[in-house]
Design a protein. Sequence first.
Length: 261
Amino acid sequence: MVQKDLALNLKIIFRAGLALFVSAGFLASCSSMNLGGETASGKRVGVLTIEELQKIEEHKIAPEDELEVIVWGVPEFQAVQNSISGTNQAGLLYRVHADGSIDLPLIGKLSLGGLTVAEAKAAVEKEARRFVLDPKVSVTISRYGSRKILVLGEISNPGIVLNPGPELSLAEALAQAGGLDLTTANANHVYIIRGGLERPKVAHVSLDSAVGMFEAQHIWLKSRDVVYVDSKMITDWNRFVSQLLPTAGVAALMKTTGVIK
């Protein structure tokens, strides 16, 4: 009973948060017939196409990523081999700070946030030329930082989904959130919101067919994306009625006690 109440409270909280979007005219302008409109505050709502969502972009270094950086032939960049602990990486690991920088030996603080691995390698090479004539540099991502995606609406377990890898598909995000609530979800109205309230772009995705479910495996989400699964009209009506009318059990009790005829 407690778990059911908790789940219900979570849905109420998420719906209240969603109401803030609606009150700002955000999701109100995101229907399949009005994508590309404006919010009540005058912000333009852009269209996020399926083609854009299916494009796999090269990863840009972000906070909490862990990088292995090596300047070959420079002892300060070499990892100490440890057969007991099983350490086998050639270079040391550096976690990217919130501002996108890492702290490297001999180089100091270096901003790599927003760069591709190739661009980061070039940036390290440029700095390494201060102490090596012709530096040979290697930069790899040993661990991806936690990228958060918000999944709301008619989902079994709405909330934040963490993406620990380079890509996360819409299908994977929905699966991690427990899947669509089969009794209340409108699979034909799934929305992906990207860019926040300042420059929002919205995609309308239909998952009510085999083709739609197949496409969902190739729709790639980015950190801070919001996925919203709309509800069936009958669901909204039933919720409305349930708030106005007593349940069958209560009605029976009221009849038995003579409260109603």
